[in-house]
Design a protein around this ligand. Sequence first.
Ligand code: OAD
Length: 226
Amino acid sequence: MEHIVVFTGAGVSAESGLATFRDDDGLWNRYSVYDLATPEAFERDPGLVLDFYNERLRNVRRAEPNAAHRALARLERRYRVTVVTQNVDDLHERAGSSNVIHLHGEIARACSSADKRLVYALGECDEFRLGARCEKGSQLRPAVVWFGEAVERIGEAVEHARGAERFLAVGTSLAVWPAAGLVHEVPPRARKVIVAPELEHPVGGFEWLRETAGEAVPRLVERWLA
Ligand code: OAD
C-alpha cells in the first residue's frame, strides 16, 4: 500500500471551533507564550498555567471532529496512513484515524513535572489540579511540549516523512521547529500538497491549496480515493 503522511497543525481543528495560535484571533496573539507555555512559567505560577490548560481541555472535549478530520480517516481505506500532528487535541482519533503521532503531546494526559516519562491519562471529567501528584510526589502538569522542551517524537516523524509517497500538510504556519522541518524531509519524487488559506512562507515543490481544511481536504481525499 502507498504510504501517505499527513502533517497537521491547529488550522485543521479551526473549523471544529478550536483556536489556532498565530492567526489574528490566535492564542499567542491573546496570551504570552512566556507566561503559559514554558517550564519556567509553570515554576513561577503553576495555577495560572493549569487554568489555561483546563480551559483548553474543556474546549477540546466540547469540540467535534470536522469534515477534514473525517476525510483524512477515510484515506485508510486505500492507503497506509500516518498522521503526524502538532495538535494536542484528539480529533483525529475521534474521527477514526488509527495511527496518530502527537509531536507536541496530548492535552488529555498528565505527566510528572519532575519526570515527563511518568504519564497518566486524565479521566473523562478530570482536570489539572494544583496539589495533584505523580506516584513519586511531584506536581502533575499537562503532558504537552512547552517551548524549550525536547520534541521526543520528531525522529520517528522524520523517518515517516522520508518514506512518504504522498505528503499532505494541513493547517500549519510552519513557524515552529523542529516540526516545521518535516516538509523538507519528504523525498522529491513524493506527491506534496499543502492546505492553508494563507502562508507566510510557501514551500517549494508543494501544490498549495489556498482554502480552509474543511473545503479542500474532503475534495482532495475523494480524488485520491477515486
Ligand atoms: P498556527 O496558529 O501557527 O498556524 C495555523 C495555520 O492554519 C495558519 O497558517 C492559518 O492560516 C491556518 N488556518 C487557519 N484556519 C484554517 C482552516 N480553517 N483550515 C486550514 N488552515 C487554517 O498553528 P501551528 O502551525 O499548528 O506548539 O502551530 C505550531 C505550534 O505552535 C503548535 O503546535 C503549538 C504552537 O505554539 C506548542 O504548543 C509546542
